[in-house]
Design a protein around this ligand. Structure first.
Ligand code: PLP
Length: 505
């Protein structure tokens, strides 16, 4: 008997005994096998032991696995999405899943409703309730539930089936038990008015007995079935990757990549071996021979400056290596897809433009593809880059604009900050304090914007401006000093420079 089958037997025995203790039929408690980070082979093992309900937490990883399993004929699996939901991932979740357990806000309900394909039955949803209020990041707070329930009722392609909760991660079982009691109360209350409500999803590996004691109808078990999670290996990403050029941006992508690829899958080439040591120390191959890196990998990041890219591309084009199935990803600004295709005499090219905050995971990465890049390759790229920040897809003509706003934008903001620091200093504030003041003001202002998606920038500005007041006086000077015109000229100049670069290559 395989490990997984054995583990499943143990879990079912445990569910049975907890159900008996709670005077319930064990058939009223669904086991959800949480397979996040696990390869499809393990899912198939659990499937062969009779399991049909699987839970996933990461939309892109899940999409890849679900498609593959469907292709292999595993079509009767009920897929449950249980992870935090990002707005830009709802389209995958809407098409792949049978139930979403982690619904936590109206905008997500609306997007899932709009994006649920017409040929699929309505998407079942559970509202994830934040049981410990401020301590947990995820879930709908208790006083927002009514509002979310109303939203779901108005979504014709969603069906509200119940509630989900994650018990606090604490050895103090009393705390977890109180949370489960609270959620059971909520479940019973809404069930009175909404008869379709039948699912109370509580209980994980460490707290399943408490959950069943307090009315769980579904326990979500990962570790006890599949073992510890495999965050650093990516069985769904078996390709090899090369970086030609090991500079700043390559390093930044490398960091994001090694969260899902193992370093042995990566080779970095560059003219100076000593500059590549840091990759070697992590376990990746290094070489001064670009063609060795090219031969090694199916996915090749071109991380050299635009001025050097032509010669690198010619070197690749003149090698004997078949380029047909290789994917090239260029980071060179101003170097068009068509220019790369022409020199390489092949397609399947992607251009990306990350900005510098990508180094700390808060970047914007602009992406554009040629028409031979497949959906799967696009999704794969999303997974590779996701630790760098927001990924924005656009047409190639938009890429220059996105590149200027996101790429030059940090410098524009720094210039603005420098001016504020300098003015504070003139008014007698020390350099250190001035910097702190400005840093935190900008951070606070931006965070407020991000947390107020329903408010326009104008209304946020107006909220700090009373007519005839102090802010008003300052802003009037910005208007009279032609601030908008200055910004127009600033952006235009950067875009024109990009266009000039494009003509050079
Ligand atoms: C990962 C996860 C689980 C499974 O947790 P285990 O402790 O491995 O059983 C259950 N629920 C949610 C929401 C999860 O993210």
């Amino acid at each position: 008997m395989s490990n997984i089958t054995e583990n499943l037997n143990t879990i079912h025995e445990k569910i049975d005994s907890c159900a008996t203790a709670a005077k319930k039929e064990s058939s009223t408690i669904q086991l959800l096998c949480v397979s996040k980070t696990k390869p499809i082979e393990k899912i198939i093992e659990a499937y062969n032991s009779g399991e049909r309900h699987f839970g996933e937490s990461y939309a892109l990883e899940a999409d890849e696995k679900i498609q593959k399993l469907k292709e292999l004929g595993y079509k009767d699996i009920a897929w449950h999405f249980i992870g935090p939901i990002q707005k830009n991932k709802t389209k995958y979740i809407a098409k792949d899943f049978d139930m979403v357990e982690s619904l936590d806000r109206p905008i997500i309900a609306q997007r899932l409703n709009e994006q649920r394909p017409d040929d699929l039955p309505p998407l079942e949803v559970l509202i994830q309730v934040n049981l410990s209020e401020e301590e947990q990041k995820f879930g709908c707070s208790v006083n927002e539930i009514d509002n979310l329930v109303e939203t779901v009722k108005n979504c014709s392609k969603l069906r509200l089936k119940g509630f989900m909760g994650v018990g606090k991660d604490t050895p103090d079982l009393k705390v977890i038990e109180e949370e489960f009691i609270k959620l059971q109360g909520i479940f019973l209350k809404y069930q009175k008015t909404i008869p379709e409500i039948s699912v109370l999803s509580i209980g994980m590996t460490h707290d399943l007995d408490l959950a069943i004691k307090h009315g769980s109808t579904e326990v979500r078990i990962g570790t006890a079935i599949f073992g510890a999670r495999e965050y650093n290996t990516a069985p769904f990403n078996q390709e090899k990757v090369a970086f030609i050029g090991g500079g700043n941006m390559s390093s930044c992508i490398y960091e994001s990549l090694t969260k899902i690829y193992s370093p042995e899958q990566i080779m970095v080439s560059g003219p100076h071996l000593e500059k590549l040591q840091k990759f070697k120390e992590r376990g990746s191959g290094i070489t001064t021979d670009n063609l060795e890196a090219l031969k090694f990998a199916e996915i090749i990041f071109l991380g050299v400056k635009p001025q050097i890219l032509t010669s690198v591309l010619e070197e690749i084009a003149h090698s004997q290596e078949s380029l047909n199935h290789k994917l090239f990803i260029s980071m060179a600004a101003g170097f068009k897809l068509s220019s790369i295709e022409k020199i390489l005499n092949t397609k399947k090219i992607i251009r990306i433009m990350p900005n510098t905050p990508a180094k700390i995971g808060l970047g914007v990465v602009a992406v554009t593809y040629d028409d031979e890049v497949t959906e799967k390759e696009k999704q794969n790229l999303n997974v590779m880059l996701k630790n760098m920040g927001l990924i924005v897809e656009g047409s190639e003509s938009q890429l220059n604009v996105i590149g200027v706003i996101a790429g030059c934008g940090p410098a524009f903001v720094y210039r603005f900050m420098e001016a504020l620091v300098s003015e504070s200093k003139k008014l007698g504030i020390s350099n250190d304090l001035a910097r702190k003041l400005v840093e935190n003001t900008v951070l606070g202002a931006v965070s407020l914007v991000i947390n107020s998606q329903d408010a326009s920038l104008q209304s946020l500005r107006e909220a700090v401006t009373s007519k005839g007041g102090t802010t008003f006086a300052g802003l009037t000077q910005m208007t009279e000093g032609h601030f908008e015109e200055t910004m127009h000229n600033t952006v235009t100049a950067s875009i024109e420079r990009t266009n000039e670069f494009e003509k050079m290559f």
